[in-house]
Design a protein around this ligand. Sequence first.
Ligand SMILES: [Fe+2]
Length: 164
Amino acid sequence: MDLVTAGRTTAEGLLAQALPRRWTHVMAVSVKASEVSMILDEVERPLLVAAAWLHDIGYAPELIDTGLHALDGARWLRQHGYGKRVAALVAHHSCALFEAEERGLADVLRTDFVDEETALRDALWYADMTTGPDGQNLDVLERLAEIRTRYGPRAPAKSSGDAE
Ligand SMILES: [Fe+2]
């Protein structure tokens, strides 16, 4: 099975039934990631699309451990044969480090996974941060406002901000 198909299958199994709204969001993020993947070479394109499918699996009830979904998802991926790079892309997606700082997990996140700070990583963040919880297109400011509305001002900063 190729990486993108594996990513989609994994995400569908973990999210589609348990968290259908999240699954809708993830499907839309993956479409957007595919669209922007033309900025990358053919080696990196599948990494981006697979990471898009997988970026929110840490919200799946069976994966929750630390409560930082980016970290929980990345650790699961690392344990289940997805390469270091996909796991690290998921670990750091959409400013996960800010939420990690508020949860006291920043050192763990940084130690366990490297934020590659590349165009690929930016493309993943872009796809996630311009896609709302129901899969709708939003610009980044609309998305951040939507996150604040959904969680309230006292919640920890959200990295990809799309908990149900
Ligand atoms: Fe997301």
